[in-house]
Design a protein around this ligand. Sequence first.
Ligand SMILES: [Zn+2]
Length: 279
Amino acid sequence: MPELPEVETIARGVDKRIRGDRIVQVWFSRHSQPFKTPRARQIKGLSGRAILAVQRTGKHIVFELGPSESKPDALTSCAQWIVHLGMTGRLLVTSPEDPVATHTHARLLLESGRELRFVDPRRFGRLEFRDLHCEAAFGAPGDEPLTIGEREFAALFHGRRLSIKAALLNQRLLAGVGNIYADESIFHAGIRPQRRANRLTRLELERLRVALREILTHAIRLGGSSVSDYVDADGERGFFQLEHCVYLRTGEPCRRCQTPIRRVVLAGRGTHYCPKCQH
Ligand SMILES: [Zn+2]
């Protein structure tokens, strides 16, 4: 499942390719699952809109759209198309002649002659349209891990009796952090993932905040160099794998101290840690 760095990479890649373009025609598949807003309303809402920008909010990709038809240079977004990739969703920038993959649920023909496609075999992805004249702009439920400050970060965990691993995965606290980056950041902060969030010291929480930001930023930088693999139709699928320190390394030696990495289940998720480096 794509996590924050992958979604950020995809959003940047799509933005680079289609910002300033215009949606001239929309085709949607007959499956109902991907359409959080009814299909007909989305088609009507999207048609003719200028694409002002594409950006990531939490784990969602948000297309900021201008008014239909007029003013291609409008700066203020008045509608949004919100894409959640789910487990297997992909956004591809193609040309209309490119073969259409099975499980294609959306095809947006653009004025430039290119086509934006949403492909999702398992159909956990979601497409939503918001008209900002009558609906609120999309906001991810949790705080943004790349920009959250020290005090706000510490406040998130105040009074939380669940494990720090479970707290990091809670999307209402922090948006976009999944299993890989939770395990890796907890390792780099030197904290046992089982520890209760409310028992961590201010210093430990600050180490965690900085580790999380650095790991996510590093992953975005690496993903950015292979952005073509994500969004171009001829690219090969493959989320960039970091050189993980603990994630999925059960029994292998810790990269710091050679102690075998252990695995426990927390919040229903496999959790990997070094029993010597993490306290
Ligand atoms: Zn170790």
